[in-house]
Ligand binder design. Structure first.
Ligand code: HSE
Length: 412
């Protein structure tokens, strides 16, 4: 049996490296007499690469070679990845992908194609990089009804927030450091605006709750509005700010999902996740809370997950694994403003004492937070838990207050 790798960037070259380095043990684990790398597809030239003889530029060479039974897609982006992956599945080849944009946007279509052609479409590396999460949800936790899933799904933003929290670094300086360290892209929009985390929570929500959740259905906020003032107030609450992707079951026919900065207690399982690490908390009705933690990005950690999927495809060479989800339905995604959480509110008012008094009248119980050297007209507090829409309506009634920052407070 032969495999091909499409896309020789960071992840693709890591896949080739891990596959060749551990080839002997991989063969033993996949139960095939042979499993060899036959092609690497890339439009660029790699004349000095040790695998230079395997490079092709024409996708049809892979598509039309019946020996190639497993194709790895590490190209990234939607096009032509979608067309290439669809063609491979239709041609009876299993596909392994690390491409979260592809899975989040086209997962249902590709899983259906895999089903129709009795092959597998696997994507462990698309969420959490090297952290095992897709297979644990579908296999180890299969006895549970999953009620909720929440995760630090983006390493770059977790690195930036960690620097802001631990070293009082400004957002701009922390972003620059993330870029200098090679974590953030030159254009960091997908990370800092939450789009990357959104794709990942869509994949997890689709898997946990059984219907495709599309990225444009999900309320998404990034971390660009978080300031050191917020970090300091939240610190006085023994808590930290994390960018979380969250999804929960509302009823048998509805779920809620969103991406936003959230406040979590410093010593909670998610509060303790620093730097570029990812962590995903799954709340099941039998297991309770279980947390998966590890490196969510990087060449070899991501390759580790991709190659494990290749082994799984080889093991299931003549069988389709029961794996996937159904299509979405109108009304499936519940309005996030109906979800319950407390809110952290930083605001300004000319008469701070009166403003806090009015806030307490409006919200009931509030917890006032502190920071050093706050401007005389600035204050921050945490409300009680209620539907977010209700809390925002109450805030709008406090016309003597100018809100500066609002962050959700969670119980993770
Ligand atoms: N940019 C992503 C991150 C890479 O920082 O987590 C892995 O998906």
């Amino acid at each position: 049996m032969k495999i091909a790798v499409m896309g020789y960037g960071t992840v693709g070259s890591g896949v080739v490296e891990v596959f060749l380095k551990n080839h002997d043990s991989i063969i033993k684990r996949c139960g095939q007499p042979e499993l060899d790398l036959k092609y690497i597809l890339d439009i660029r030239d790699f004349p000095d690469d040790p695998n230079a003889d395997k490079f092709v530029k024409d996708f049809n060479v892979i598509l039309n070679d019946d020996e190639v039974k497993i194709v790895v897609e590490t190209m990234g982006g939607l096009h032509p990845a979608f067309e290439f992956v669809s063609s491979c599945l239709k041609a009876g080849k299993s596909v392994v992908s690390s491409n979260k944009e592809l899975v989040a946007t086209k997962g249902y279509e590709l899983l259906s194609l895999a089903e129709q052609n009795n092959v597998n479409f696997l994507f462990e590396a698309s969420v959490g990089g090297g952290v095992p999460i897709i297979r644990p949800i579908t296999q180890c936790l299969a006895a549970n009804e999953i009620d909720e899933i929440a995760g630090i799904l983006n390493g770059t933003t977790n690195f930036i927030l960690t620097k802001m929290i631990e070293e009082s670094m400004s957002f701009d300086d922390a972003l620059k450091l993330a870029q200098d360290n090679g974590y953030a892209e030159k254009d960091p929009t997908a990370d800092i605006e939450g789009f990357d985390a959104c794709r990942k929570i869509c994949i997890l929500a689709s898997l946990c709750f059984g219907k495709h959740v599309y990225p444009d259905e999900i309320h998404t906020e990034g971390i660009t509005k978080i300031t050191l003032a917020d970090v300091e107030y939240v610190n006085s609450y023994n808590a930290v700010i994390k960018l979380l992707g969250r999804a929960c079951r509302v009823s048998d026919s509805q779920i809620c999902a969103m991406v936003s900065p959230c406040i979590v207690k410093s010593f909670s399982q998610l509060g303790n996740v620093h730097d570029v690490f990812n962590a995903i908390l799954v709340r099941g009705d039998a297991i309770g809370d279980v947390v998966f933690y590890g490196k969510g990005a990087g060449k070899l950690p991501t390759a580790s997950a991709v190659v494990a999927d290749v082994i799984d495809c080889a093991k299931h060479a003549n069988r389709k694994k029961i794996f996937g989800w159904g299509d979405s339905e109108p009304g499936y995604i519940y309005d996030y403003l109906q979800m319950e959480n407390a809110l952290y509110i930083r605001a300004s008012a000319q008469d701070k004492a009166l403003a806090l008094e009015k806030a307490a009248e409006q919200f009931g119980e509030i917890t006032v937070l502190y920071r050093r050297n706050a401007p005389h007209d600035e204050f921050a507090f945490v409300t009680d838990t209620d539907k977010e829409g209700v809390l925002r309506e109450k805030l709008a009634k406090l016309d003597m207050i100018t809100p500066l920052s609002i962050i959700r407070v969670t119980d993770y």
